[in-house]
Design a protein around this ligand. Structure first.
Ligand SMILES: [Mn+2]
Length: 286
């Protein structure tokens, strides 16, 4: 992997077309902005957790910049579920927005996950067995993408877990609502934790209302979870659109998606190599 020699890397959350916030965050992190370029005086590199496109107003500008940074060796990036869907649609011959079409070949050159000496990057979940299954598979191969579309195929499941999170059904009678007051039938789990015997209130990455403390998921509903230990490398994800009051750091798991679209805040993390993960290394920009 290109960055193994440095690993002083600034990791950026889901940008979702919010180009101006990306520029403001990187400027705050000490980068100077040039045409298709961001440069740090100490030659730091950038890492992106995927989901560059959709929702915000300037997806093409974000793609242009991130592509250029990746091609010059100034950034590394993984695919998010939004880009992966775009690639699936392209392979299936479905409609791909015309402005994104020129970027599809580059997106197909990006990995589903990255492992360096001192960190890992994946869009939603570092799920060991899924990553083992997907290791060596190339998004550039149509046959692999086709396999991720086949219902119930192991590749579809693996990609769904690592790019979209691990979900469980919420019992109908609980009538749980998300932060926007929308009733939900599924919720995404704190994928790195042992959730056995835990109440629903402690299980979800983005909290649901009302809090339920007297019931929790049955053990067989948690069978997809694989614990991520303190001894495992720090892992950086995006994807979960965390409300402002929810911590972005939990042990060695960092979620950098504070929902730039809803809360207008883009999050980054200044990784110094071997240092322990700390919330004090988070940097945000509005
Ligand atoms: Mn996502």
């Amino acid at each position: 992997m290109i960055l193994s020699q440095t690993e002083k890397i600034d990791i950026i959350g889901d940008v979702h077309g919010h180009y101006q916030q990306l520029i403001r965050l990187t400027e705050k992190m000490g980068y100077s902005v040039g045409r298709k370029k961001l440069h740090h005086p100490e030659n730091r590199k950038l890492g992106f957790v995927g989901d560059f496109i959709n929702r915000g107003p300037q997806s093409v500008e974000v793609l242009t910049l991130v592509k250029s940074l990746c091609e010059s060796g100034d950034a590394i990036a993984v695919l998010g579920n939004h880009e992966f869907r775009l690639i699936q649609n392209s392979v299936e011959g479905k409609k791909v927005p015309a402005e994104f079409e020129p970027f599809v070949p580059w997106l197909r050159s990006l990995p589903l996950f990255i492992e360096l000496n001192t960190l890992r990057i994946v869009h939603a979940v570092w799920h060991f067995s899924s990553i083992e299954l997907l290791d060596g598979k190339s998004v550039e191969e149509d046959a692999f993408i086709q396999e991720t579309i086949v219902k119930k195929s192991p590749y579809k499941k693996a990609v769904s877990r690592i790019l979209s999170g691990i979900k469980i059904n919420i019992p109908e009678d609980l009538k749980l609502m998300d932060r926007f007051g929308i009733k939900r039938s599924k919720a995404r789990l704190k994928w790195w934790m042992d959730l056995r015997e835990k109440p629903y209130a402690d299980c979800f990455l983005s909290p649901m209302k009302p809090d339920i403390f007297n019931r929790g998921p049955a053990i067989d509903e948690l069978s997809d979870l694989e614990l991520y230990n303190e001894k495992d490398k720090p892992v950086f994800t995006g994807h979960y659109c965390l409300p402002p009051n929810i911590p972005k750091v939990s042990g060695n798991v960092v979620c950098l998606d504070g929902c730039v679209t809803c809360d207008k805040t883009l999050w980054g993390y200044r990784h110094q190599g071997k240092d322990k993960i700390s919330a004090s290394n988070l940097i945000e920009a509005n």
